[in-house]
Design a protein around this ligand. Structure first.
Ligand SMILES: Nc1nc2c(c(=O)[nH]1)N[C@H]1C(S)=C(S)[C@@H](COP(=O)(O)OP(=O)(O)OC[C@H]3O[C@@H](n4cnc5c(=O)[nH]c(N)nc54)[C@H](O)[C@@H]3O)O[C@H]1N2
Ligand SMILES: Nc1nc2c(c(=O)[nH]1)N[C@H]1C(S)=C(S)[C@@H](COP(=O)(O)OP(=O)(O)OC[C@H]3O[C@@H](n4cnc5c(=O)[nH]c(N)nc54)[C@H](O)[C@@H]3O)O[C@H]1N2
Ligand SMILES: [Mo]
Length: 781
C-alpha cells in the first residue's frame, strides 16, 4: 500500500514519504525519497532506540541484494557446495518449475521425510511474511517434511524446566515485573551478566527499549548487583556491580557451593523446601558428598571456577540475608550440560526460600533480551502458526549436522528414542545455518549429502551461497505486514514503503505460486491475499483481547494510525505467587506439583549426562580439563553489539565494530603479551575443529584465559586449506547436544589457541557477490 503522507511539501524539495515499520531491533518510520529508503527514524515513544536502525537503508539497497532467481552451476552434476560456486541467473518461471519438479521428484521417490523443512531462523519481525512459518506452512500442506523443535536461544531450558517447575514460560521473559522488584528486591545476582547490547533486540520487535531504563531505576532504588561472568563488560558501568570473574561453563559448581554453604551453616529455608519442593534430602546428600566422597564446598568450587572460596561463601550469606533475585542469562545453558546451571540455580533459589515472594526467587534472561520483566498485559501478540505436519517427524533443532551426517542413526531426546531421517532436499527461508550452527566445518560436510538445497534469501550471504536454487525474497520495507511481540505493548502496522528491489518477491507470493503449481494454492492462501492476512493477524489479536475485556480499534483505524498500544496490565506479575500462596490449590505442572529438585521422570530416563538432580558435570571442554593444556583459551561466542546475529553484517553499524576488516576478538592483556599480540593485529584462532582469522582488541575486562568473539560475521571459507577469513567463530565451537535430555546447542563450549598471523592477511570476500555464469559475455555484448 504505497500511500505517502501529505506533509507540507516545498516545490524545490522532493517529498519525503514516511512509512511505519518494525524490525526485531525496534519500531521505526522509514523515510523514502524517490523510491529509496534514506533513513529510519526511531518510533517516537522509544526511550532507547537501537543504532542498528541506521544500517537498514544501506542494506535494503545493497549491491549484495539477490536481484534474480539463480541456480548453482554444478548442482545437477552433484559438485560439492563450496560457498564459492558460480551461479546462473534464471527467470522466475524456470526457477519455480525447477523447485516444483524437484519437490515432486523427492516426495515421490523418497517420501516426505526426505525433505528437511525445519528451517530455523529469526526471519522478519512481521508475522504475515514470517519466512520460517511460511516454509513450514508450504511444506506441511504439501504432504509434510522433517521439522525441527526447540531453539538455539534456550533449547536446554525449554526441555529441562517443564520437568523441574512445570513450564518453560519464565525463560521466555515472563518473570516478576520490574516495578515489583524495584519495590522489594535488595540484591540481584546476575549469572552471565546484564549486557545492554542484548537489550537492543526483542523477538518480533518492540516499540519500547526498556532494559536500560529498568536497570537504572533498580539502581536508583538501591538494589545491589553482583555480576558473575568471564567478561566485566557484561555489566553496565552505572550499576556499580560487583564483578565476580568465573571460568566459563563452571557456574554450576559455584551454585552448588553456595548451596553447600547455606546448608552447612543452616541458612537454608527448611520449611520452604519441605512444603514446596521434592528431593532436597537427596540433593543434600549430594552436596555433602555422601555418595561420591566429594563435598561441594566453597574450596571445591574454587578449584573449578577460579572464584575464591571466601567470595563464594560471602555471596551465599549475602543472598540469604536479604531479598535476592538469582537471574541467569540464557548464555549459560547454551553450553555442554547447559541444563545443570539452570536446575542448580532453581535449587539454590529454593533453599533461599524466596520463590513466589515479590522481591526474591529466580529469573532468566534479564541480560539476554529487551522486555524481560517488563509489565505487559496478558493479551495476545501478532502471530501466524504453521498447520499440523502430516510427516510427523522432527529433530531437536541444533542436531541438524548429526541428522545430515548420520541418517538411520538412533538418538535420545527427552525420554524418547528416535532415528535420524535420510534427507535428500533442504528447504530454507529466514535463517542462516552458516551463522547459527556450531562447528560449521562439520555442518558443511553434512550439507553435501542432500541432492538439493533451496533457499529464499534477500542477500548473497553464506546460506544463499551454499544453496542450489536461490529465490530472491523482498525485505520488510517492500511489503505490508503486522508485527509486535508478547513483551511489548505495541502492535505495529508495517507499511509497504518501496517497490521490490530487483525481481525480489515476497516469500508468501513465492509459496503461493509454487502451491498453485503443485495443486494446493487455496489451502495455502486460505483465500487471503497479503492485506487479507494482515487484517486476519490483527483481527486475531483483537479477538483475543476482546475475550479479556479489552477493546482494540478496528483494522482500518489501526492500519491508518500505524500502531495500537495495548493497555497497561491492571496488576503486576509475580512469578509463582499463586503457588506460594496455596500450593495445593495452585500446584505446579510437575508430577509432584512441586519444584522438583529431584525428578523421578528424569531419573527414569537413565541419562548419565543429565542425572536426577542438579549436578556438576564438567563440559567436554573447559579450562580445568586436560584439553586446556593444548587449547588454553576458552572462547566465549556471545551476541554481537552491532547487528542481530548475521543480519546486516555488511551494514555500517556492524562494520564499525570490525578490526582489521574482520570480526574482533577481545583478549586479556596478559594472554596477548604472552603471545606477542598487539591491538589491531590479525590473529589465527584455532582448534581441532577449525580456524578463523580475527582482529585483536586488548581488553582487561576479559578475564585471563578467556577470549570473546561475537557471532555472526558472514562465513568466508578459504578456497585452499587456510583459516576462515572473516572471523566466524562457529568454525571453532563444539557441536554436541547439551545432553540426551534437551539436545540443546553447546555453542559456548569451545577451547582454542590464538597466534599472530604473520603472513599477509588474505582478502575478506564475505561481502562480495558470487560469480555468475555468462556475466562476462553479457557485459561484453
Ligand atoms: N557460537 C554461537 N552460535 C550461535 C549463538 C551463540 O550464542 N553462539 N546463538 C544462537 C542463537 S541464540 C540464535 S537465535 C541463532 C540465530 O540464528 P539465525 O536466526 O539463523 O540468524 P540470523 O542471522 O538472524 O538469520 C536470519 C536470516 O533470515 C534472513 N531473513 C530475514 N528476513 C527474511 C525474510 O523475510 N525472508 C527470507 N527469506 N529471509 C529473511 C536474513 O537475511 C538472515 O540471513 O544463532 C545461534 N548461534
Ligand atoms: N545486539 C544483539 N542483541 C541480541 C542478539 C543479537 O544478535 N544482537 N541476539 C538475541 C538472541 S537470539 C538471544 S537468544 C539473546 C541471547 O542472550 P544471551 O545468551 O544471554 O547473550 P550472550 O551475549 O550470548 O551471552 C551473555 C553473556 O554471558 C556470558 N557468558 C558466556 N558463557 C558464560 C558462562 O559459562 N558463565 C557465565 N557466568 N557467563 C557466561 C558472556 O560473557 C556473555 O557476554 O540475545 C538477544 N540479543
Ligand atoms: Mo537466540
Amino acid at each position: 500500500m504505497l500511500r505517502p503522507s501529505r506533509g507540507p511539501a516545498t516545490p524545490q524539495v522532493m517529498t519525503i514519504e514516511r512509512y511505519p515499520s518494525l524490525a526485531h531491533w525496534g519500531a521505526f518510520t522509514a523515510l523514502v525519497e524517490d523510491g529509496r529508503v534514506i533513513g529510519c527514524e526511531p518510533f517516537g515513544r522509544d526511550p532507547a532506540p537501537s543504532p542498528m536502525l541506521n544500517a537498514i537503508p544501506g542494506m535494503v539497497h545493497s549491491p549484495l541484494r539477490i536481484g534474480k532467481p539463480a541456480i548453482r552451476e554444478g548442482w545437477r552434476e552433484r559438485k560439492p557446495r563450496t560457498g564459492q560456486d558460480t551461479f546462473r541467473e534464471v527467470s522466475w518461471d524456470e526457477a519455480l518449475d525447477t523447485v516444483a519438479e524437484e519437490l515432486t521428484r523427492v516426495r515421490t521417490t523418497h517420501g516426505n521425510t526426505a525433505i528437511f523443512g525445519g528451517s530455523h531462523g529469526w526471519s522478519s519481525a512481521g508475522r504475515v511474511h514470517h519466512a520460517r512459518t511460511l516454509v513450514r506452512r508450504f511444506l506441511f500442506l504439501g504432504g509434510g517434511a522433517v521439522d525441527s523443535v526447540g531453539n538455539y536461544s534456550f533449547g536446554a531450558a525449554m526441555y529441562l524446566l517443564p520437568h523441574v517447575i512445570g513450564t518453560f514460560a519464565p525463560v521466555t521473559g515472563k518473570a516478576t515485573d520490574w516495578p515489583v522488584l524495584i519495590e522489594n528486591t535488595k540484591l540481584i545476582v546476575a549469572f552471565g551478566g546484564l549486557a545492554l547490547k542484548n537489550g537492543q533486540v526483542t523477538s518480533g520487535g518492540a516499540g519500547l527499549h526498556v532494559m536500560e531504563q529498568w536497570l537504572r531505576r533498580a539502581k536508583e532504588a538501591g538494589i545491589e548487583f553482583v555480576v558473575i561472568s568471564p567478561l566485566k563488560s557484561d555489566a553496565p558501568e552505572f550499576l556499580g556491580a560487583q564483578w565476580i570473574a568465573i571460568r566459563p561453563n563452571t557456574d554450576t559448581a559455584l551454585m552448588l557451593a553456595m548451596a553447600h554453604t547455606l546448608m552447612s551453616e543452616g541458612r537454608h529455608d527448611a520449611a520452604f523446601l519441605q512444603r514446596y519442593c521434592v528431593g532436597f534430602d537427596t540433593f543434600e546428600r549430594y552436596l555433602r558428598g555422601e555418595d561420591d566422597g566429594t563435598p561441594k564446598s566453597a574450596e571445591w568450587a574454587e578449584q573449578i571456577t577460579g572464584v575464591p572460596a571466601a567470595a563464594i561463601r560471602d555471596l551465599a550469606r549475602r543472598s540469604a540475608g536479604t531479598s535476592t533475585i538469582l537471574s541467569c542469562a540464557w548464555a549459560l545453558q547454551r553450553a555442554h550440560h547447559g541444563e545443570q546451571p539452570y536446575w542448580a540455580m532453581i535449587a539454590l533459589a529454593a533453599m533461599l526460600g524466596q520463590i513466589g515472594t515479590p522481591g526474591g526467587g529466580f529469573a532468566f534472561g534479564h541480560g539476554s533480551m529487551n522486555g524481560v520483566s517488563s509489565p505487559r498485559a496478558d493479551l495476545p501478540a501478532p502471530e501466524t502458526a504453521a498447520p499440523p505436519n502430516p510427516a510427523r517427524s522432527s529433530i531437536p533443532v541444533s542436531r541438524i549436522a548429526d541428522m545430515l551426517l548420520n541418517p538411520g542413526q538412533e538418538y535420545d531426546f527427552n525420554g524418547k528414542r528416535a532415528t535420524y531421517p535420510d534427507i535428500k532436499l533442504i528447504y530454507w527461508g529466514g535463517g542462516n545455518p552458516f551463522h547459527h550452527q556450531q562447528d560449521i566445518n562439520r555442518l558443511r560436510r553434512g550439507w553435501q549429502k542432500p541432492d538439493t538445497v533451496i533457499v529464499h534469501e534477500s542477500w548473497w550471504n553464506p546460506v544463499a551461497r551454499h544453496a542450489d536454487i536461490v529465490l530472491p525474497a523482498t525485505t520488510t520495507l517492500e511489503r505490508n505486514d503486522v508485527g509486535g511481540c508478547s513483551r511489548d505493548p505495541y502492535i505495529i502496522a508495517m507499511h509497504r514503503a518501496l517497490n521490490p528491489v530487483g525481481e525480489a518477491r515476497n516469500d508468501f507470493e513465492i509459496f503461493r505460486v509454487l502451491a498453485a503449481r503443485l495443486g494446493y494454492e487455496q489451502a495455502f492462501t486460505e483465500g487471503r491475499d497479503e492485506m487479507g492476512w494482515c487484517q486476519h493477524v490483527y483481527d486475531e489479536v483483537r479477538k483475543g483481547a476482546a475475550q479479556k475485556g479489552v477493546e482494540l480499534p478496528g483494522f482500518q483505524q489501526f492500519w491508518t494510525e500505524g500502531h495500537v498500544e495495548l493497555p497497561a496490565p491492571t496488576k503486576n506479575f509475580v512469578l509463582f505467587e499463586d503457588f506460594r500462596r496455596d500450593p495445593d490449590k495452585h500446584p505446579l505442572k510437575t508430577p509432584s506439583g512441586k519444584i522438583e529438585i529431584v525428578s523421578e521422570t528424569i531419573a527414569a530416563f537413565g541419562y548419565d549426562d543429565c542425572p536426577k538432580h542438579p549436578a556438576w558435570l564438567p563440559a567436554a571442554e573447559w579450562l580445568g580439563d586436560v584439553k586446556a593444556e593444548r587449547w588454553p583459551i576458552h572462547l566465549v561466542t556471545n551476541q554481537p553489539p552491532g547487528r542481530l546475529h548475521s543480519q546486516m553484517d555488511p551494514g555500517t553499524v556492524s562494520q564499525s565494530f570490525k578490526v582489521a576488516g574482520r570480526e574482533a576478538i577481545r583478549i586479556n592483556p596478559e594472554d596477548a603479551s604472552r603471545r606477542n599480540i598487539a591491538a589491531g593485529d590479525v590473529v589465527r584462532v584455532f582448534n581441532d575443529r577449525g580456524a578463523c582469522l580475527a582482529g585483536v582488541v586488548i581488553d582487561p575486562a576479559v578475564m585471563p584465559r578467556v577470549a570473546a568473539m561475537a557471532t555472526g560475521a558472514w562465513y568466508d571459507p578459504s578456497e585452499t586449506d587456510g583459516p576462515e577469513r572473516h572471523g566466524n567463530p562457529n568454525v571453532l565451537t563444539l557441536d554436541v547436544g547439551t545432553s540426551r535430555l534437551a539436545q540443546g546447542p553447546s555453542s559456548l563450549t569451545a577451547l582454542v589457541e590464538i597466534e599472530r598471523w604473520e603472513a599477509a592477511p588474505p582478502q575478506v570476500r564475505a561481502h562480495m557477490r558470487p560469480a555468475f555464469a555468462g556475466a562476462d559475455r553479457a557485459r561484453k555484448a
